[in-house]
Ligand binder design. Sequence first.
Ligand code: ARG
Length: 487
Amino acid sequence: MKHTIKLFMVFIIFISAIITYINPDAQAAEEDQWDKIKERGELRVGLSADYAPYEFEHNVNGKSEYAGIDIDLAKKIAKDNDVKLKIVNMQFDSLLGAIKTGKIDLIISGMTPTPEREKEVDFSNPYMTVEQKMIVKKSEADRFQNIDDFANQKIGVQKQTQQEKIAQTEIENAQIQSLTRVPEVIMSLKSGKINGMVIEGPVAEAYLKQNEDLAFADDVKFNEGTKQTAIAVPKNSPELMQRLNATIKDVEDKGLLADYKASAAEAMKKDEGNFFTKYGNFFIKGIQNTILISIVGVVLGAVFGAFIALLKLSKVRVLRWLASAYIEFLRGTPLLVQVFLVYFGTTAVLGLNISALICGMIALVINCSAYIAEIIRAGINAVDKGQTEAARSLGLSYGQTMKSVILPQAIKNILPALGNEFVTVIKESSIVSVIGVSEIMFNAQVVQGASFDPFTPLIIAAILYFILTFTLSRIMYFFEGRLKVSD
Ligand code: ARG
């Protein structure tokens, strides 16, 4: 009991230390964001590349490239200001957090200025105007024509968007389903889970072109029908703002938007070839990264885990408590939360500018180390006490006993469990897709967007994960067999 209370206290102290650190006011911009961009020589633009014709990925000679109106605009901004451009692709609902924590300098993601958002960021002058539309399944187009037909129906929207708001306020008693990415909402609509989707005109057209089973509900007119699109900028950055507005003005004066739209339409055309020649390389890259992050997760996780296990077995109480607090915290919180904590925490708390891939690896290593620590501890404890007593009475020191008597036996318990952990990590690593690490799941989502086909990429992802985990568990069985033989 006493032990539990102390453990709990260590835990609380740990958490409050973190919370005092993450004080958003602490990093209120005293500095114009432009100075940071200039110093870095690189402009980091955040967006959610699920939004053709604004921003999407497509295939150029077997390689993935960003294209779209926002991308062209971002390129022009970088060029006008003589800095390099870095596109940071993430979920739309993570963008505001990313700009607040300094992960990105701007959001150019088809974003509409709203009063809520204006509390967090400033907006440039608008560079586009768009209509809000409703789309339905073609087979149901007769049933759903005007806005009243959608009362009490299931309506899909992208999470945290203006469309979500419109569905809430303008459709009577709508049952709203908010999903993170546009292709997911399209998939819901195609499979009949929702009856309609509120979506911006140009984006709807892009999807309708590739999905013949969908159609506009033409008679639906929203009060908030016309919306503007602008660039989100960290607060109090007049210099940066002025530079952005200069580029936007230039785009207007020269009529460049028409060119941007034309080249987006060109990039959206279905590429030649079959699904695999077009998108195979996305999956290959995904497999490589999944394997990479899983191996790093398990190997480094094992190194740290061994260390934590030693702490937990130590004779010093404080060390044991620390180890327990660490393990309990990591096992008691979702990996998803840990991934976001590392991703935003490294910038907001530690002020580091670490890539999503590295953040994903760090999160996996930390998470694995807790599980592996328990595996190792259990493996060591499973060796009969008598072994230690015998070794010690023969005059071996504690260290010698561990090294020559206990560990060699413990390894046999530990290895198979480590193998299982590896299988788990391969599957769990899909979670780091939320911060934009291009592993299998993330690239499957990219292909969903690029092919406008929401389903096939998921099937392929499932098959690839299965091949990886199945092969690995076969290899493990083989080695377990060998261990038994050597007994
Ligand atoms: N214009 C809408 C908004 O600001 C939706 C933007 C969604 N953008 C995206 N890249 N998915 O709420």
